[in-house]
Design a protein around this ligand. Sequence first.
Ligand code: GDP
Length: 295
Amino acid sequence: MAFEALTQKLEAVFKKLRGKGKLTEADVKQAMREVKLALLEADVNYKVVKDFIQRVTERAVGQEVMESLTPAQQVIKIVNDELTRLMGSKESRLNFSPSKVTVIMMVGLQGSGKTTTAGKLGLYLSKKGRRPLLVAADIYRPAAIKQLQVVGEKIGLPVFTMGEQNPVNISRAALEYASRHNNDVVIIDTAGRLHIDDELMQELINIKDAVNPDEILLVVDSMTGQDAVNVAEAFHNKLQLTGLILTKLDGDTRGGAALSIKAVTGCPIKFVGMGEKLTDLEPFYPERMASRILG
Ligand code: GDP
């Protein structure tokens, strides 16, 4: 389960604090050193950790906390608040076009879970009463088109394919198809690569320019930790992402990407993947995630 190690370490720190009754400034500072270490071990970005500890310490050594009847409880609340803030404070919802077909472009590296997540998002939106069309625009891996068709069949959603033609043409044609067939959302599964390269980015920019997406969602594998954060920064610089989907959070025992990626990139996490099944997608709620981390 996500954050397992971090949760255990924070629990130990807070247990010590609770055992003390009244707290001195030195107690708080010692606890913060331990929290800092726990966050670094969870693979949270160094600068993010530093800023976080500074904010929590400033608030926690204030008079109000130290003189309260339950100082340890207050410190834990501050950590909870600041963790929530770190992950974006509020739930960040999808943008829908008010008047035309909503275009969602899914981007990401190969293996991140992009195709699976396109299906998961389609299923999620169809349960909300939308009529999504999945679009196979990853033309370089023949298996990718087939994979999306299989996913579409499983969840009962139409899949638009045009074989291995130019992905810009496919995306444009898919939009027309959607208008004619009463689909109100298109989810475009774009090509991935093992690494970021100029050719991939240019292709994505071309698709973006052609279809003017309402959402450009980067799918990243949370288990890759700070690599996921670096990938997100690179994609965001080129494409101005509207949101992130963190996959494989179910297998990520550390949680460093989830805790750093919003603070580093400025881009909100909109959904998290919690398993291989097509129903395993959840909207991301920073507050709930913070509570989960604090156990
Ligand atoms: P793509 O190359 O980015 O399109 O990646 P795929 O959609 O083919 O997914 C790669 C692998 O990751 C597949 O085995 C998926 O089942 C798996 N996967 C995707 N999302 C999740 C998730 O949230 N949790 C887990 N455990 N596995 C996932």
